[in-house]
Write a protein that binds this ligand. Structure first.
Ligand code: OGA
Ligand code: ZN
Length: 340
């Protein structure tokens, strides 16, 4: 008997390599698995990224959230919009600007600016945007201030499925859902977050390049007190191999996600996100979860070691007071006394 082809395996590919930015690294593909494949839980359990297909997590948004619909239904509150002179939107923590602008330090100049905008003003700027103008990227938390239609859509997300994952993997609470509305070609440079993330594509295509937490030495994060804390100092587009020689050894994974795909970005995994070029704006909703309480088991996992390093840095800054003293003290402690 002729076997019936699985309709689910007929994925249409609406992009090609000309829509991707070029980097001098090669990446392995993140596996793409259907939501009911038992291997999904194995990936999540072992903190490995996976693209989850067919979960219907944000189906109401996929069915209805055009830019026009969002404009009509987002509500009257203002939204956070970032503006950048180039395609890179490198996040910074304004609360940390003061601490690095000490008399001996180099002044920090924010690489992008932030504006709180009414949704109609943002959409108008997006529609009327011309080459050479600042690029825009809306990154707004979904709150109860959204209009009733968006509330209804949100209620219609597949909470049954995502709650079952939260429970199965003993995650903490859902802390926020960020709504990202991006221009094509925008890039969020490489960083890690301290939460588990289900990253759900609603509209358009995004490429995510990921590096595991055990590649910490290849990624050269900024110091914890720096406004670019959790960001890599390496620019993926033109890595400075003299300053950051170990970046050559970095082994990355990549995934291109489209409407309906959910990328699991494990806690502390580095990720660089680009909206594909020339394919129009993208809409994404993320689901950030606190890590669950974990019984400490040895050997510790790489992400737990990153967390320890962060705490040591914070503690040293607290006692030394001057961020400039943290590095030299750590070096003195290690050099000549501890082997690799
Ligand atoms: C995230 C993230 C960036 C983007 O969800 O953690 O970094 O541009 N997103 O979508
Ligand atoms: Zn992130």
């Amino acid at each position: 008997m002729a076997s019936v082809p699985d309709i689910r395996s007929c994925e249409k590919k609406l992009w090609d390599s000309s829509n991707l930015r070029k980097y001098c690294l090669n990446f392995e593909e993140v596996p793409r698995l259907f939501y009911d494949d038992p291997r999904v839980d194995e990936f999540i359990c072992s903190h490995k990224p996976v693209v989850i297909l067919g979960s219907n997590l944000v189906k109401p948004a996929i069915d209805r959230w055009s830019l026009e619909y969002i404009e009509r239904n987002m509500g009257t509150d203002v939204n956070t919009v970032f503006f950048s002179r180039n395609h890179k939107f490198k996040y910074f923590d304004d609360k940390k600007i003061h601490s690095c602008n000490n008399p001996r330090g180099v002044e920090f100049s924010p690489p992008m600016r932030k504006e709180e905008m009414k949704i109609e003003d943002f959409m108008k700027r997006l529609r009327e945007w011309k080459r050479g103008e600042e690029r825009l990227y809306m990154q707004q938390s979904l709150t109860s201030a959204v209009g009733p239609n968006i509330v209804q859509d949100f209620i219609g997300f597949n909470w049954k499925w995502i709650n079952s994952k939260q429970k199965a993997h003993n995650w903490g609470k859902l802390t926020s859902n960020l709504l990202y509305i991006s221009m094509e070609g925008n890039v969020t440079p490489c960083h890690y977050d301290e939460q588990e993330n289900f990253f759900a594509e609603v509209h358009g295509y995004k490429r995510c390049i990921l590096f595991s937490p055990d590649q910490f030495q290849c990624m050269y994060p900024y110091p914890v007190h720096h406004p670019h804390d959790r960001q890599s100092m390496v620019d993926l587009e033109k890595p400075d191999h003299t300053k950051f020689p170990k970046f050559r050894d970095a082994k990355g994974l990549e995934a291109v996600i489209g409407p309906g795909d959910v990328l699991y970005i494990p806690i502390y995994w580095w990720h660089h996100v680009e909206s594909l070029m020339r394919l129009g704006p993208t809409i994404t909703i993320n689901f950030w979860y606190k890590a669950g309480p974990t019984a400490i088991e040895y050997p510790l996992r790489d992400h737990q070691k990153v967390s320890i390093m962060r705490n040591i840095e914070k503690m040293l800054l607290e006692v030394l007071q001057d961020p400039k003293e943290v590095g030299p003290l750590l070096r003195n402690m290690v050099l000549g006394r501890f082997e690799d």
